[in-house]
Design a protein around this ligand. Structure first.
Ligand code: FCB
Length: 472
């Protein structure tokens, strides 16, 4: 990878491509979840999304127009290997699509940053052996898929991300049951699943699969890492118990995956204490494989929360470190947790970004690439387009977060190698359907017309200034 600061936008296959049954693509667990009654808030699916499968040239032109020098996107495993497995055939048309996409980016001077897995597991693998619940088989198939991708695209792609947010696959997919494959102990959500054990098994498989794919890639010339999501966990007040609770919550979020990869080859002790034998154990070989298996820290960050201790034993399905999350501070004030976005989980707190950057860099000491950061303006989808384009709250969001990024770099000495905003386009926001709009570019879903919002111009200017300063 070049030493140039990377800046650009991110998307993910299922959220933008559409064309789910075109040119031999197989189904993924997300196609399946979208068919489940009530799973997606607006009853929609990614079957059309932003039609990027057909409009990728237009999108690349936009990316260029907005001044990006890199673009993060994910490959659809079931487009490349429709049935997913190591013995299943590769789909040449799927490979062709990504070859075209990559060529188009490169022809426009944009470096591809490619995520192998952004949640859309081939459905056949879920049905065959339970997907990520089966560490051996899932690892074998993921490594084979990675090998196919490295061999077809590796001549032009030099920056890879194995997995996007394994936390979400584990917790949202196998405990809360709101993401594919939609498993949970809650029988109103899912006919099967066990929230007390499955997320930890799945998390372990994901770590081993990630590290095994990295091990394979080490023979190539390029860089490879993982993207982990994390909110900043701020203590509710300065009492000792709440300070300890916030630290524990941070470790359950981030260190679950980051400690094994960057620090110890093992899970944080607070997780072992709370989860006991429900948390899998790394074998000696796994430990060796996992420790050091990422060239950078891919950081997806959106929001912050205030954390209070909970007394008494943790619930069997607790995944947060036995704490309470709140946005309301002591005395009923929501201190600096500001603007409430369209998503209930996301309130603007730019200072939390700086704190988390520092926390991560101190603990893990590896360079960070911010691989996602963005915000859906409240009610944007209900506004006439002229008003939606004037997205002041999103401009404020980026302004605040980018200022804090600069402060973390300049004042706190955090090594940051790139900043990738979420997202290029409004798109299919998983269980929340098309209601939240995260794009800096507005998408009219009836015509698929793309129109940059005010925030796109703001970010473009920041990108240009960053590039100018770099060149000085
Ligand atoms: C992240 C996901 C991404 C997008 C944003 C809003 O957790 O990685 O696909 O949905 O949230």
């Amino acid at each position: 990878m070049t030493s140039t600061f990377l800046h650009g936008f991110a998307t993910a296959s299922y959220q933008v491509e559409g064309s789910v049954d075109v040119d031999g693509r197989g189904s993924s667990v997300w196609d399946d979840l979208c068919n489940r009654e009530g799973a997606i808030v607006d009853g929609s699916s990614g079957s059309e999304a932003t039609d990027t499968y057909h409009r990728y040239k237009e999108d690349v032109a936009l990316i260029k127009e907005l001044g990006a020098n890199s673009h993060r996107f994910s490959l659809s495993w079931s487009r490349i290997i429709p049935l997913g497995g190591a013995d299943d055939p590769v789909n040449p048309l799927g490979v062709q699509f990504y070859n075209n996409f990559i060529d188009e980016l490169i022809a426009n001077g944009i470096e591809p940053m490619v995520t192998l897995f952004h949640w859309d597991l081939p459905l056949a693998l879920q049905k065959r052996y339970g997907g990520w619940l089966d560490k051996e088989q899932a690892t074998r198939d993921f490594v084979n898929y990675a090998r196919v991708c490295f061999s077809h695209f590796g001549d032009r792609v030099k920056l890879w991300i194995t997995l996007n947010e394994p936390f979400c696959t584990s917790i949202l997919g196998h405990s809360l049951g709101v993401h594919a494959p939609g498993r949970s102990s809650d029988r109103t959500k899912s006919p099967e699943g066990d929230s007390a054990t499955e997320p930890w098994i799945v998390g372990h498989s994901l770590l081993v699969a990630h590290a095994s794919a990295v091990d394979l890639y080490r023979r190539e010339e390029g860089e490879i890492g993982i993207s982990l999501n994390g909110d900043w966990c701020e203590p509710w007040d300065d009492s000792e118990e709440n300070i300890a609770a916030a630290q524990r919550a941070q470790e359950f979020w981030v260190s679950w995956f980051a400690d094994p990869i960057y620090l110890t080859g093992d899970y944080p002790s607070c997780m072992r204490e709370q989860l006991g034998d429900r948390l899998p154990t790394f074998s000696k070989e796994e430990k060796k494989l996992v420790l050091g298996s990422s060239d950078f820290y891919g950081m997806n960050h959106y929001t912050s929360n205030l954390i209070k201790n909970k007394s008494g034993p943790a619930a069997a399905d607790d995944y947060q470190g036995n704490v309470e999350y709140t946005t309301v501070g002591p005395n009923g004030n929501p201190p600096a947790l500001g603007y409430q976005s369209q998503c209930g989980w996301l309130q603007t707190a730019p200072w939390g970004f700086r704190k988390l950057l520092v926390w991560i860099y101190k603990r893990y000491g590896v360079p960070i690439i911010v691989t996602e950061n963005g915000m859906p303006v409240r009610g944007e989808g209900d506004l006439p387009i002229e008003q939606a384009l004037n997205d002041g709250p999103r401009v404020d969001f980026f302004k605040g977060y980018l200022e804090n990024l600069e402060l973390a770099m300049k004042e706190d000495g955090v090594a940051v190698r790139g900043y990738i905003a979420w997202s290029l386009l409004d798109n299919f926001e998983w269980a929340e359907g098309y209601i939240p709009r995260f794009g800096v570019v507005y998408v009219d879903y009836t015509t698929q017309k793309r129109t940059p919002k005010r925030s796109a111009h703001f970010i473009k200017q920041w990108f240009e200034e960053k590039q100018e300063k770099e060149q000085q």
